[in-house]
Design a protein around this ligand. Structure first.
Ligand code: HEC
Length: 153
């Protein structure tokens, strides 16, 4: 890229949401792009269930259980892309993540455990069990973001 093209690219990147700049990832294996895409699938899955929990969509126990399993599977995906050399723009990962792998893994485990509880709650078919379990999954996402994801300016 010429310096001018690069400047234009950076300016355009600054005004687009993160997804708009994933073309910037021309590193081998595109780890940042892949993990952000994996996280976005998790978010979509959360949002689908959130609609049901907030009574914006009809609760169908069997479907909800399926979604919970789906999210558990999706939530295994992003971590393989936090490779040693993958701290580069446009990542929102805090740079000290790579020095605190054990702590990072603890947050992953918390998420896994809260997802196991969500599945158990979904198996009861009772919304009064599901709603608090869903909230604690949200809390697990948020806790790790607080610790390891930069806030947007
Ligand atoms: C163990 C830590 C951890 C957990 C748990 C976690 N995330 Fe993240 N998440 C991150 C990090 C770090 C990034 C930044 C990745 C990057 O930009 O390279 C991120 C990025 C994202 C993004 C990308 C979009 C953006 O603007 O950064 C979404 C969406 C997201 N997470 C959703 C979720 C959801 C939904 C959950 C729970 C179901 C969750 N995450 C759980 C660490 C975590």
């Amino acid at each position: 890229m010429t310096p001018y093209a690069k400047l234009v690219f950076l300016v355009v990147c600054a005004v687009l949401p993160l997804g708009g700049c994933t073309e910037a990832d021309n590193h081998p294996g595109q780890p940042v792009q892949h993990r952000v895409a994996a996280f976005k699938k998790m978010l979509q899955s959360m949002e689908q269930m959130g609609m049901v929990v907030r009574e914006r969509q009809e609760f169908k126990a069997a479907d909800f259980l399926e979604h919970a399993h789906e999210l558990k599977a999706l939530a295994q995906e992003p971590w393989q892309y936090f490779t040693p050399n993958s701290n580069y723009p446009p990542t929102r990962a805090k740079p000290d993540l790579w020095q605190h792998q054990t702590n990072f893994a603890e947050f992953r485990n918390d998420l896994d455990e809260s997802l196991a509880k969500l599945i158990a709650a979904a198996e009861t078919g009772k919304m009064d069990m599901i709603a608090p379990a869903y909230t604690s999954v949200e809390d697990s996402c948020e806790a790790c973001h607080q610790r390891f994801r930069k806030t947007l300016q």
